[in-house]
Structure formats: structure tokens, C-alpha cells
Design a protein around this ligand. Structure first.
Ligand SMILES: C[S@+](CC[C@H](N)C(=O)[O-])C[C@H]1O[C@@H](n2cnc3c(N)ncnc32)[C@H](O)[C@@H]1O
Length: 223
């Protein structure tokens, strides 16, 4: 693989063959046990991700890691996802530099809806890949989006929404919400003589995180 230095990082030149030797150690380390990296069948210049075991429909992987950049800073869209942040607008998670990405960077684009077996979804402004139809051992993982007009994807997104909603209404989420509200109420009326200590603050943060995690599942990608 030929590499060009881009703002201190490595960038794969398009059209140049990537080899297994180019895969950084952290990617090998993070690769799940049931996955293999080897030459892609859909793009001979690329490495692809292959299932070593059956992967059931609905299994989710991620998040897709990369450099967070503005669109204007991205030089190639092959390894980037755009995500909308209400306060900042569209931002990109760019894994062009292999050192910045994780193993999901090596999942290639399906050439047709028929060979697509993963679809991307956005949860709390991070991109995950979810298994659209069961993947057998020895099959290459291939992602594609074609929006909610595909009935299979529409059904999978609906399932994701329903599961997020049921997590939001789970006893655990309700307890966390109740505790957080109580804490905030006490703080507001000045009944807490002491300032939050480190662990206290961490607990508050944990509650907020679990709130965000269960409350806000967004599955919108640009059509
Ligand atoms: C990371 S994905 C492709 C993955 C695969 N590794 C590949 O190289 O073929 C990049 C593609 O998704 C498109 N894309 C990025 N953000 C998107 C979004 N929010 N909605 C829909 N498509 C998006 C990009 O334009 C680009 O074509």
C-alpha cells in the first residue's frame, strides 16, 4: 500500500492495494473472535472483514471509530460517515487514516441490495453496523444503506426503535431517572451541605449517560 502523509497521520491512497501488513496492531487487537480480515471479494484492492462463525440477524457492531472532522477537512469519503450534531451541524467520523479507525473501517460497501448483509445506524451520534440478514461462516461482511424504503431495513430499524423504547421504560432506566431527579431537586433546594465528591459526580454522570443511552436512539442517516 502507498501511503501519503496527511496532517500528521497516514492516509491510504485510493486505487492502491491495501495488504494485511498495513493493518495496524490495534485493529487486530480489537477484531472480534468471530471475524477474520482477508482480501475482499468485492474489491480486490481492499482488505475485507469475513465471518468465522454464523452471525445472527440483529447483531450490532460498533461504534465506527475515526477522526472527528468538518466536511471541508475530509479528503476522501470512502472511510467516513457524516453525523448531524444539532449544535455543530454535519460532522464526519473519518477512518481514512488506518491508525484512527477500528476494524469496522475494513467492512466494504456492498455492490447491490442482494449482497448487503449489514446496515448502518446512528445511535447518540455514533455509527454502528447491524446484521440485516444472517451471515454464514466464510461470508464477507458488506454494508450499505438504502433507506427506509427497503422493507427489510425499515423492519430492522423499527425493531431497533422498539428495543430502545423498551430499554427507556425498563425498571433500571426508571430508577436512574428517579434518582437523578431527586438529586437535582435536593441540590436545587440547597439541602446538600457538601459539594459532590468525585465518585458522586461520577454516579451523576453515569445516570445521565444511562439516560442518554436509553432515551435517544436515532437511526437517521442522510438519504
Ligand atoms: C464508511 S461508508 C463505506 C464503507 C466501506 N468501507 C467502503 O469503503 O466502501 C462511506 C460511504 O458512506 C457515505 N456516507 C457517509 N455519511 C453518510 C450518511 N450520513 N448517510 C448516508 N451515506 C453516508 C459516504 O459518502 C461514502 O460513500
Amino acid at each position: 500500500m502507498a501511503v501519503t502523509v496527511v496532517s500528521g497521520g497516514l492516509s491510504v491512497s485510493e486505487g492502491v492495494s491495501e495488504t494485511l501488513e498495513d493493518v495496524p496492531p490495534h485493529v487486530w487487537k480489537g477484531l472480534p473472535d468471530d471475524m477474520r480480515l482477508r482480501r475482499s471479494a468485492v474489491n480486490p484492492n481492499r482488505i475485507g472483514v469475513w465471518a468465522a462463525q454464523a452471525l445472527p440477524r440483529g447483531k450490532r457492531f460498533g461504534p465506527f471509530m475515526g477522526d472527528k472532522k468538518k466536511r471541508s477537512q475530509v479528503t476522501s469519503n470512502v472511510y467516513m460517515w457524516e453525523v448531524y450534531f444539532p449544535a455543530r451541524g454535519w460532522m464526519c467520523v473519518d477512518a481514512t487514516d488506518p491508525l484512527k479507525g477500528n476494524w469496522l473501517r475494513y467492512v466494504n460497501w456492498a455492490r447491490s441490495a442482494q449482497e448487503q448483509n449489514l446496515f448502518p445506524l446512528e445511535i447518540n451520534r455514533a455509527i454502528y453496523y447491524k446484521v440485516l440478514r444472517p451471515i454464514g461462516p466464510g461470508q464477507e461482511l458488506l454494508v450499505w444503506y438504502n433507506g427506509e424504503d427497503n422493507p427489510e431495513i425499515a423492519a430492522a430499524l423499527e425493531e431497533e426503535r422498539a428495543s430502545s423504547l423498551s430499554k427507556k421504560n425498563s425498571p433500571r432506566a426508571k430508577r436512574a431517572r428517579k434518582k437523578l431527579l431527586e438529586r437535582e431537586r435536593l441540590a436545587a433546594v440547597g439541602l446538600r451541605g457538601l459539594k459532590s465528591t468525585g465518585p458522586d459526580r461520577l454516579r451523576d454522570r453515569d445516570m445521565r449517560e444511562s439516560e442518554e443511552g436509553v432515551c435517544e436512539t436515532c437511526v437517521s442517516l442522510k438519504a
